[in-house]
Structure formats: structure tokens, C-alpha cells
Design a protein around this ligand. Structure first.
Ligand SMILES: [Fe+2]
Ligand SMILES: [Fe+2]
Length: 210
């Protein structure tokens, strides 16, 4: 009997396996100049699949979202700001330059469908939300957000190890809420710009949970 920690082991269909292999090949080409980002992305695909199986989320969609979530990390920040502006992307109360590191998820959600028109809306939404989060995170959104933080190449960091220990022992919402708050703590500890939208999300979720 498999434990909750191991989750469902149902394999992918041959078509799903083929799609995964072709997306991984496309990403390898796109991120050939960024090998660490590439291995991070492939790892997030596996980690998101693992979390999805544990928490009863679609493991195939989780794998796709993980592989593609940093697709626009191939684009330099300065260029990304221009692309985001052209796409009409706005982040409340901030100049786009201030939040350049947050833009790649929002941009990818708009550019990926040009290349992969078949990508499900839920996958695009999870990718869109993987940097900032949202007040109404769905299960796939939470799986990707957490997987992005804890995949093995992030290394051994106290907060991440604590999250890894929680996998399968707390609800997915609880796990995401921990990861989200740890992200804010990290931004504050390292003295970086904290996006006001993040504070709004924090306050909305905290009020709901109170
Ligand atoms: Fe990212
Ligand atoms: Fe990432």
C-alpha cells in the first residue's frame, strides 16, 4: 500500500510522454545559454509532478507547468520590461522596472500560447502566478509555486528544508501559505523591493484564514 507521501503512481500515456519530451527539448534549446536555469526548470517539472501526485492534482498539467514556468527567463530583464509594456501588463503601484524579476511569469502566460496554442488555461494561469501568487490560488497554482521554491537544486536552506518536511503532512493550502510567507520574509531579510501587490495578497489571505 502506498503512503500519502508517495501519492499516485499512475503513468502518463505515450502521447503525454511524447509531449513532455518535446517541451523539454524545446526548453533545452531556448535555455541552452543558461544551463542552471534549464536544470532548475526540468527539476521544477519533476517536483511539481511529485507534489501533484501527493495532493491529488493533475500530475500531467503540473509537469507541463513546471517545465515551462521560466520560459521567459531566456529574455533579459530590460527587454522583458519592454515586452510586458507592449502586452499591457501592469503591476499595481509599481514601475515595471522595479518589478522586472516578477514579470517573466506574466509575460510567459501571454507568449506561450502563440507557440503552444493547445496549452490548457490552468497551466497558463499557474505560470502567470508563479512569481507573485494570488489571493485565490487554485491547487495547480499552489503546486507550481511550492515546487519552484523547493526543487532539489535550490539547495539546503533552513526555510526550504522546513517546507520539504511539510510535504504530505499538511494540506496543500497550508504548504503554499508557508512558502508564500517564507518568500516575503526572504525579500525583507535581503532588503529587496517588496511588491505592494504581494502585501495585498498577504493581507487578503491572512484575513480569510483568521
Ligand atoms: Fe520564475
Ligand atoms: Fe523558477
Amino acid at each position: 500500500m502506498s503512503s500519502a507521501r508517495e501519492g499516485s503512481e499512475a503513468p502518463f500515456t505515450p502521447e503525454q510522454e511524447a509531449t513532455i519530451a518535446s517541451l523539454e527539448a524545446d526548453l533545452s534549446e531556448r535555455l541552452a545559454h543558461k544551463p542552471r536555469r534549464l536544470s532548475h526548470s526540468l527539476n521544477v517539472g519533476h517536483e511539481a509532478e511529485r507534489l501533484a501526485r501527493i495532493y491529488g492534482v493533475d500530475p500531467y498539467l503540473a509537469r507541463l507547468a513546471g517545465i515551462l514556468h521560466d520560459w521567459e527567463k531566456a529574455t533579459r530583464d530590460a527587454e522583458l520590461v519592454d515586452v510586458a509594456r507592449d502586452l499591457g501588463i501592469e503591476l499595481a503601484g509599481d514601475e515595471l522596472e522595479e518589478v522586472a524579476p516578477l514579470l517573466h511569469g506574466y509575460v510567459a502566460a501571454k507568449t506561450l500560447p502563440e507557440r503552444y496554442p493547445w496549452l490548457p488555461e490552468e497551466v497558463l494561469r499557474a505560470i502567470e502566478r508563479h512569481t507573485v501568487g494570488a489571493a485565490d490560488m487554485g491547487p495547480l497554482d499552489m503546486v507550481l509555486f511550492v515546487a519552484d521554491g523547493i526543487e532539489p537544486s535550490r539547495g539546503s536552506v533552513a526555510a526550504l528544508d522546513a517546507q520539504r518536511e511539510l510535504v504530505g503532512t499538511v494540506s496543500l493550502e497550508e504548504l503554499w501559505w508557508r512558502a508564500f510567507r517564507d518568500t516575503i520574509a526572504y525579500v525583507v531579510e535581503t532588503g529587496r523591493h517588496l511588491y505592494p501587490g504581494t502585501i495585498a495578497i498577504y493581507n487578503e489571505v491572512a484575513a480569510r484564514r483568521a
